[in-house]
Design a protein. Sequence first.
Length: 92
Amino acid sequence: MEAAIQTVVTTFLSSARGKENLDGKAFQKLVKKQLSGIMEDTNSSSAVKEMQQGLDENSDGKVSFQEYLTLIGYVANSLSQRKSGSNAAASS
Ligand SMILES: [Ca+2]
């Protein structure tokens, strides 16, 4: 559990390369490299771009740590639904 949280944090920090946000390119790379086994459409640049726009709450074109956590939460949620075979929380 702690190792997983460490990974979530260090993955963001190393992808952001010292900046506070991930730009579009860094986000594409992160999703394609780190989430291709758990998410669909990670090889589609336009799908990843759409995902980024959906996460971008303050519409600055970049992904903040908080916005990145929204993605992690979303991925974790869909994984738990797949594992439990439940789709109760699928709609929103
Ligand atoms: Ca943003």
